[in-house]
Design a binder for this molecule. Structure first.
Ligand SMILES: [Zn+2]
Length: 169
């Protein structure tokens, strides 16, 4: 595996660096597991107020599916902290690259969401190497986001159910 600096650069997640990469095989399409850590000071943004907090109460590994590296599907691993914030009490650390309870990164969600507008969810799931339920959740989050950020430009309201029906499932 290449240097960690190169891996960090390729990953391109602001504020995070690659600690370790692992492949589950030698194949060109084997899954890459990438462990990441925050760069710099050991302070973690509180999900309540956004302030950076250094008092960590606990931590636990979480995983997110991310965009592939060439033909390798990618899983990110990060030990997300629970912090003791002076203003909010005990909160989870805020992670900018994913929605709070999402199992995929925002950028993968974006791609799945776009693909789901032109192909069945199951096809998008296969294409991005995620389960159907992950793809379905990503699609729903993508649509909700789209709905929220473009209130004036949509030609008419399309519900997720309508779009689903439009695919003839
Ligand atoms: Zn706080």
């Amino acid at each position: 595996m290449g240097s960690r600096c190169a891996c960090t650069w390729i990953l391109g997640l602001a504020g995070f660096r690659v600690v370790h990469t692992e492949s589950d095989g030698e194949h060109s399409d084997s899954r890459l597991t990438i462990r990441i850590e925050r760069r710099g000071l050991r302070r973690y943004p509180c999900s309540g107020c956004g302030r950076r907090v250094s008092r960590v109460r606990s931590m636990g590994d979480r995983t997110w599916d991310d965009l592939p590296w060439a033909a390798h599907p990618v899983t990110l691993v990060y030990a997300q902290r629970r912090v003791r914030c002076r203003h909010c009490g005990i909160r989870t650390e805020r992670i900018d690259f994913a929605d709070p309870k999402a199992r995929v990164t925002r950028r993968l969600r974006q791609q799945i969401g776009v693909d789901c507008q032109s192909m069945p969810t199951s096809h998008a799931a296969v294409r991005h190497g995620v389960s159907w339920s992950k793809a379905r959740r990503a699609e729903a989050a993508f649509l909700a986001d789209w709905d929220r950020t473009r209130p004036r430009h949509r030609p008419r309201h399309l519900g997720a159910d309508e779009i689903q029906r439009g695919k003839g499932q």
